[in-house]
Design a binder for this molecule. Structure first.
Ligand code: C2E
Ligand code: MG
Ligand code: MG
Ligand code: MG
Length: 292
């Protein structure tokens, strides 16, 4: 009986793995076509200044409207594109789509601050990122100073000389670099200084723990101290509650992003927020401007 159970468990496990492998293979085969046939789209999520609720940036998050599977999150396919060497197809599409949209906001007088784009390690490693950004800025007419690139800590550490050349170019264009998921990698202060990032984005795992783990406060304080020492801006990601937003503000974190303020949403929906320019889910939690 025990043996049956064991085999049953094993068989179930391999079935699930086989299904996953098949699904991944099928998705991988269609990514290129999906980009060309317009199945990808972007969601946008605002980042706000904790003290005021002012929208400081909007992060572009890619989704795939798959004809059979429905809307897929990036976690389902971005790594597949990267593995197949399609990071450039995907990355260029995201960059130019977000830049075009942001240029439209600019033309309509909407205050979006900056548009923030997630960049995969391969884009930097391949050496085409700075050129792509320059080409996109020229094509769309978006000021590169309105552009922010999000890179992960572990990814940044691999680049060496190659990284620095491109980063210097991007900095000259006025592009801001953001370290995404800060706290999950192994960056030293020396490394962070050399990386030329201007913002640290505190990973949501630390923010989530703020509610019930007293140690999380100290961890976040340590991360904020690093940012302060290097004179870098801070954004907390995954802010889901008023309590989290208030504690982060009290600890000196500058900006926040997360469900408490607004979920990632389609372009039309984000525009309604941009018209206001502020997001205050609970007006009492924010300092009101004098005279109102
Ligand atoms: P990320 O850059 O750290 O993005 C934040 C993720 O947290 C997003 O997931 C967002 O939907 C989610 N999120 C936002 N607010 C909350 C909240 O309050 N609570 C929780 N639990 N989660 C929240 P999403 O859109 O599924 O993206 C996942 C990851 O995929 C991103 O993590 C980013 O690393 C990657 N990604 C997204 N778009 C792109 C892209 O265009 N190119 C590349 N290379 N990677 C992308
Ligand atoms: Mg990001
Ligand atoms: Mg992140
Ligand atoms: Mg994250």
């Amino acid at each position: 009986k025990a043996k049956n159970n064991g085999r049953g468990g094993y068989a179930f496990h391999t079935d699930a793995m086989t299904r996953q492998v098949r699904r991944d293979a099928a998705l991988t085969d269609r990514i290129d076509e999906a980009v060309r046939s317009g199945e990808l789209f972007l969601h946008y999520q605002p980042q706000v200044e904790l003290a005021s609720g002012r929208i400081t940036a909007v992060e572009a998050l890619v989704r795939w409207r798959h004809p059979v599977e429905g809307v897929l999150p990036p976690g389902d396919f971005v790594h597949l594109a990267e593995r197949r060497g399609l990071f450039h197809v995907l990355g260029s599409w995201v960059l130019s789509t977000a830049a075009r949209e942001a240029r439209g906001w600019h033309d309509r007088g909407l205050a979006f601050g900056r548009v923030s784009i997630n960049v995969s390690p391969q884009q930097v490693r391949a050496g085409c990122l700075a050129d792509d950004v320059l080409a996109t800025a020229q094509e769309t007419g978006l000021d590169p100073a309105r552009l922010e690139l999000e890179l992960t800590e572990t990814a940044m550490m691999e680049y060496g000389e190659h990284y620095r050349t491109q980063i210097a170019m991007l900095r000259d264009l006025g592009v801001r670099l953001v370290l995404d998921d800060f706290g999950t990698g192994f960056s030293s202060l020396t490394y962070l200084r050399r990386s030329a990032v201007s913002t640290l984005k505190i990973d949501r795992q630390f923010v989530r723990e703020l509610d019930d783990n007293p140690d999380a406060v100290e961890t976040i304080q340590a991360l904020l101290a690093v940012a302060h020492a290097l004179k870098l801006d801070t954004v907390a990601e995954g802010v889901e509650t008023r309590k989290q937003a208030e504690r982060l503000a009290a600890m000196g974190c500058k900006c926040g992003q997360g469900m408490w303020f607004a979920p990632p949403m389609e372009a039309e929906a984000i525009e309604r927020h941009l018209v206001a320019g502020f997001i205050r889910p609970d007006a009492d939690a924010f300092i009101r401007p004098i005279g109102r």
